[in-house]
Ligand binder design. Structure first.
Ligand SMILES: [Zn+2]
Length: 77
């Protein structure tokens, strides 16, 4: 009987903690990875070859980079 009460207490504690965690979590719009890509063309990073949406890419003339760091690295080469 004691074991049963212990299990019930653990389950109850788990449910309470989970409920608190869900409430504490800030509400974010559900992430939709495909939504970003729809907003524009996908370009290829000239340094690492990663494909990124054009709106998020770093441009240098007609070249695109996934981040500022790769733009700088490509210029150093
Ligand atoms: Zn890159």
């Amino acid at each position: 009987m004691r074991t049963l009460l212990l299990i019930a207490a653990i389950v109850l504690a788990f449910l309470i903690v989970r409920t608190l965690l869900i409430r504490a979590r800030p509400r974010k719009p559900s992430p939709r990875p495909t939504q970003r890509i729809q907003s524009g063309d996908v370009v290829r990073c000239d340094h690492c070859g990663l494909h990124v949406p054009e709106s998020e890419s770093v441009r240098n003339g007609d070249r695109h980079y996934c981040c500022e760091d790769h733009r700088r690295r490509a210029l150093d080469d």
